[in-house]
Design a protein around this ligand. Structure first.
Ligand SMILES: CC(C)(COP(=O)(O)OP(=O)(O)OC[C@H]1O[C@@H](n2cnc3c(N)ncnc32)[C@H](O)[C@@H]1OP(=O)(O)O)[C@@H](O)C(=O)NCCC(=O)NCCS
Length: 182
């Protein structure tokens, strides 16, 4: 499909209507990931959320055990939010095993149109200036769409991580960032 001018942006005060619609789109979906994001952010006053996400991106106001994280939204020509990505700037023990540097979601109605692949590509471009040589991206073993998104962005499978209470193993992939080509 033809892609319009998609942008990966931080949340701004002006984006509140689009953000509310994004939450409503997630609300309709009952998947664990959509619900987790709603649970974390839905009831927060919007201006505080905008400030908090900005703070997190520069390592401020982090809860214990959290690392600096950019929260970015894939937006189309009309300003509609198609998806969201969390880009953790470094790994802690949990992220190294399971979470990885980057986690993402595309709203259910917009899946299968290439947006997940593009969103990860745009995120990798954002990651280069941080000087990382490679990033870890993970997905559940049964998440075929996510595995394809990772592989189409150059992900090289390293291994599966098995954790006692998690019924599905986590597949761990590394993506090498080519420095110098911003
Ligand atoms: C994973 C996710 C972000 C992929 O986004 P997307 O926009 O649908 O991905 P794309 O359209 O770029 O598709 C990438 C590939 O996956 C394939 N794909 C998409 N949905 C699929 C599905 N349900 N089953 C199998 N393959 C699928 C596409 O066909 C494409 O492969 P192709 O290029 O060989 O045709 C999206 O499915 C999602 O938000 N899922 C819920 C949240 C989630 O699982 N996040 C990732 C956690 S690791």
């Amino acid at each position: 499909m033809e892609h319009q001018m998609l942008k990966l942006v931080e949340l701004t005060l002006e984006m509140e209507p689009a953000y509310r619609q994004f939450l409503a789109d997630l609300e309709r979906e009952r998947s664990g990931m959509a619900q987790r994001w709603l649970f974390e952010h839905a009831n927060e006053p919007y201006p505080e959320l905008v400030t908090k996400l900005q703070d997190w991106s520069v390592g401020k106001q982090l809860s214990k055990g959290r690392v600096s994280c950019s929260t970015l939204f894939l937006v189309d020509d009309d300003g509609k939010i198609l998806g969201k990505v969390s880009f953790r700037h470094e790994l802690n023990d949990y992220l190294r095993k399971i979470g990885g540097h980057i986690g993402y979601i595309i709203i259910a109605d917009e899946r299968g149109k290439g947006y997940g692949t593009i969103m990860l590509k745009l995120t990798l471009e954002r990651a280069k200036p941080l000087g990382l040589e490679r990033v870890l991206v993970t997905c559940d073993e049964d998440n075929i769409a996510s595995a394809k998104v990772i592989e189409k962005n150059g992900g090289v499978f390293e291994n599966k991580y098995y954790e006692g209470e998690n019924p599905v193993p986590t597949c761990r992939y590394w993506i090498t960032l080519k420095q110098g080509s911003k």
